[in-house]
Every structure is written in C-alpha cells, then in structure tokens.
Design a protein around this ligand. Sequence first.
Ligand code: MSP
Length: 521
Amino acid sequence: MNKTPFYITTAISYVNGVPHLGHAYEIILTDVMARFKRLDNHDVYFLTGTDEHGEKVAKTAEKNGVTPKEFADKNAATFIKMTETLNISNDDFIRTTQPHHHLAAQAMWEKLHANGDIYLGKYEGWYSVREEAYFTEDELITVPETKERITPNGTEAVWVEEESYFFKLSKYTDILLKFYENNPDFIQPSTRRNEIISFVKQGLKDLSISRHKDRLSWGIPVPNDENHVMYVWLDALTNYLTGIGFPDEASETYKKYWPANYHVIGKDITRFHAIYWPAFLLAAQIETPKTIWAHGFINVHGQKMSKSIGNVLSPDGLVETYGLDQIRYFLMREIPHGQDGNFGHEQAINRINADLANGLGNLAQRTLSMIYKNCDQQIPDHGDFTESDKALLDNVYTLMLKNVRIVMNDFKVHRALEEIWRVVGDANAYIDEQAPWALRKQNPERMKTVLYVLSDVIRCLAIIIQPVVPQSAQSMLDQLKISADERDFAMISSDYAMKPGTDIDKPQGVFPRLTVEEAAA
Ligand code: MSP
C-alpha cells in the first residue's frame, strides 16, 4: 500500500543547559504523533535536535570556563541520551554545529539575499540574551527597585547598538496577514493564532539577522562577510530544512517530506515560528509548513519550573521514579490540548494507578491468567457471540479507531486516551457482568467465549496504545503471540482476530501498582 509522507519536528533545544520535564513533554508529544501516523499507514520522518549557536550558549560556556563547542558537545550528548531514556522514535538528531547545517543556513541566507530582502544597516534597540529575541521600548517593563528593563517573560533586556544585516520583515506584514487568512490551520491552537494575528496587525519592523564578530563570533558565518555571524533564530529555524536534505532540493527526502506537517513547539516561541519562519520561506520561495503546533507549558506542583525554586525535574529522575511508559502516559493524559499543565506527585500516582494498574493492567492480567489456568494455556475457541459480546467487539473494531483518528487529527492526545480508556472501562464492566470465574463450573463453553472476546479486545487495545506506551504494549502483544507485522492499525479488525489454539506464556503484569512511599523513595 502507498504510504502518505508525514514530516514532524520538535523545537531544537538550546544547549546552555540539560533536559528537563518541559523538553521531555514536547518530545514525547511529538513521538506519540509520529508513532501514531506510522501505525496508521504513513511514511513518517521525525526530526529533533539541538540549537547550539548564539549569545546565550556562548555566555554560559564562558561562565563555565570552556569553549562554546566543548560546552555544546557535552550538553548535546545529554539531549541525545534523553531520546534514548524516553524511547523516542526520531529518525535523525540534528545539531546546528554540523557542517551540513552550516551549508543549509548559508544557502537560506543566499536565497533571502537573491530576493532582495537583506540589507546592511545598524541595529539600535533592546535584546534579551535569555530569549535570543528583540523587544521594542513599549514592550518592556521597568523593575521599580533596580530600574532594570525586563521583557514580558521576565528576562533581562540590554541595549544594543551595532552594524547588522537586516531582513525586510516589514515588507511581509500584509503578505503574512493574507497568508494566515488563506491558511487557517497554519497556527494552532486558535488562541495562539489570534495572538499572532493581532501582533502582526500592529505592523512588523525589519529584523536584525546578524551579529558583528566584535560582539559574538559563535555562529554561522554570513556568506561573503567575515565580520558577521547569523542571528541564531535564522540559523535554528533552517534546521527543519537541513534535516531532510536542504540545500539539495532535488534530494529524495526533501522532495518527499517538505513541507512539514507539524512543527511542534512551546507557546513561548510561537512568534519565531509563525512570523519569522513563514516570512523567510516566502522570501526564499520555499513552501511553508502546514501547521505550527504550539503546546502549553508544564508547571511543577503549580509553579513554574526554575533553578532558584529548585523544582526542575529531570527526565531521568521521573522515569526512575514512575517508570517510562507511566510517565509518558501521565503527561499525555493530564495535559489538555494546547493548554498549560501541571505535574504533581500525587496526581501522577493516582492517574497511573487508576488507568494503568487498575484499568488496563488489571483487565489484561485477569483475562490472561484465567486463560492460562483454565484453557490449557491457549487462546480458547468460542461459541456463538451474544449481543453483549457483539456490542463490545463492534465498539472495538469499528468505533474506537475512528474516534481516536478524529481527535488525533486535531492533535488532542488526551482526548484520544479518553476514547481508548472508555473501551477499557467497557471491557472491565463486561468482565464483571459476565463473571467468567463463575462460569468455570456452570458453563465452561460460555466461559471460553467470554475469555476469547476479552483476548481480542486486549489485542486491539494493545495495538492502539502503542504510540503512548510502546514498551508495555509490546509486552502485551508478545504475550498474545501477535507477530511483528500484525501490529498496525489496519489489524484492529475481526479479520485479524485472535486464533483459537494459540499458546500463550505465563502472563506477566505490565503495569505494577505504585505506592506513594515507593515512589517517594
Ligand atoms: N532553541 C529554541 C528553539 C529553536 S526551534 C528552531 C528554544 N530552545 S529551548 O531549549 O528553550 O526550548 C525547547 C522547547 O522546549 C521549546 O519548544 C520550549 O517551548 C519547550 N519548553 C521549555 N520549557 C517548557 C516547559 N516548562 N513546558 C513545556 N515546554 C517547554 O526555545
């Protein structure tokens, strides 16, 4: 079957620090969508990576007494390790210090230049190194005690005056407004879209896109001018093209995957992705991506994560405490579509125990142990299906995937999990109602039919939960002896139903119950 290409990316992380829960959330969210599309007949390319140039990285390296490159190498390794720790299925990991990315960013510059959109001038204005962003006078706030100027996000702004190349962003104000109108899905969710449109409506100023080497040398050299390096955001945004072969626009991967389906980013960097990026691409005469998907921020026990509060959670620690699939599930289930979310210890324990240990885990464990003990360790044969059997199976074969696809098309992963867990609830209600343990003596044939129905429900559930809890789903499918080529969404159908007589192994619980003390330890 011909697969539809699907290209999805995360933001690339700054290497001035190491990964935390916010990075973990974004990459898991993206991984879930990538895995979902792969199982749903798409040819997926999933790119993630690190953003290594710029003043912020250069300054932090200096404070640590090492060169920017040494610093970037050390921290990039921790982001690469995070992809392994979190079982992320990315196809490549791009680092903006790689030579092929330098070529791509320079090719991008040349295209903007060829379009007549770059000129040399002087930048005089405010800059936040922490955000690597420019601010106008009226956007800034003055701290009453110190008179320090800070941005609306609370970072320090400094006054800068230097020779700089500019991109004619002002020229794109009306072009962008028209573009948003013609592409209503370009910025999602719609709250972010409205913010961007009202910002652009105020009129855009030309954008400084280089740094003089006297102030910063840690960057990609501007073509034909050794005195300048590129502004880190022009360099960084281009990674989405580099990752699939740009500047070789004739390459197979580039032709197949561009334009990207989704750039998944946090809400704090929407402006760069929804204004600068399409403007650069329009200027370069390159197609624009289909959707910029801006997720919310994740707080810890109701507070913003910060080093000074000491509440920064590391992906490693979370996986150690709660388990890998448990943490993936929790983040996907608890943080609603595009909104901010909260990570709380008790909230995590409750959710994990209710949905995974008691909900799905219990359903699988009860069913498989009964089959193992009472049906000669084999999937039993079944008699005629009753109305209740048919209702449950029909729900699983025809409704579940249909509903999940609808909400996943809106990137509502938490809604997809609600749909799936509705079926888990139905199956648990069915097992209680049919009480196969009571049928064992009274009506063993009927017991077999009930257990058969449940085994096929579990097979389909295990298939559909793979994107979120890949390891646990794999273990469930292994226990049911489902071969590797019978695990995609097309197999959620009676045509691929469990074969009676299949031997099963002694069932192993996949979702242990967590106790508060255990997790705290
Ligand atoms: N380097 C830029 C992105 C360049 S993309 C061409 C950057 N890096 S970052 O390391 O600061 O952030 C990486 C991603 O993590 C961003 O999408 C950001 O929004 C996200 N998050 C950082 N902290 C977060 C939370 N607390 N919660 C959720 N996501 C957060 O920005």
